[in-house]
Design a protein around this ligand. Structure first.
Ligand SMILES: [Cu+2]
Length: 157
């Protein structure tokens, strides 16, 4: 909540300045994009990546799409009385100079109505769309990822 308000303020400040940077797609560097393998028959999965903003202006990821899905939504997880639930978000902010990471248990790209099964080792084409309308085509590597692995990761923190 506070983070949202803060990045909103930051955006206003930057917009008020006379300096024009490149497009969001130019400023944002994509780190390690991947998608979770799902067994044949399952048509929902999730995509993850890091977004590093190398510019001096705050950006927002506002949408994503893929030729291999009917729909991609931006999601986060919320802790609802001890139960982790997914919730769509309108956008995912990336503050100037900062990195926003989409990862299991947190922010993710919800890949829905998958047309072709996601098999580990294959590539999944995804297009990221930013607040200024600029787009970035990425290829997410499909990886096997189990819940046990996620729990192990959490315990390591
Ligand atoms: Cu989701």
């Amino acid at each position: 909540m506070f983070k949202h308000i803060f990045s909103g303020m930051l955006l206003t400040l930057v917009l008020a300045s006379p300096v024009f940077a490149g497009s969001a797609a130019d400023d944002i560097q994509i780190i390690d994009p991947w998608a979770r393998e799902v067994p044949p028959g399952l048509t929902t999965s999730a995509g993850f990546l890091g977004m590093k903003n190398t510019g001096d202006k705050a950006h927002r990821l506002v949408a994503a799409e893929s030729s291999n899905t009917g729909m991609v939504e931006l999601h986060t997880h919320i802790n609802d009385n001890g139960v982790m639930r997914m919730r769509p978000v309108e956008d995912i902010p990336v503050a100037a100079g900062a990195t926003t990471t989409l990862q299991p248990g947190g922010l993710h790209l919800m890949l829905m109505m998958i047309k072709k099964p996601l098999k580990a080792g294959e590539k999944m084409p995804i297009t990221l769309i930013f607040e200024d309308g600029s787009k970035k085509d990425i290829e997410a590597e499909v990886r096997h990822f189990s819940m046990e692995k996620m729990n192990r990761m959490k315990m390591g923190h």
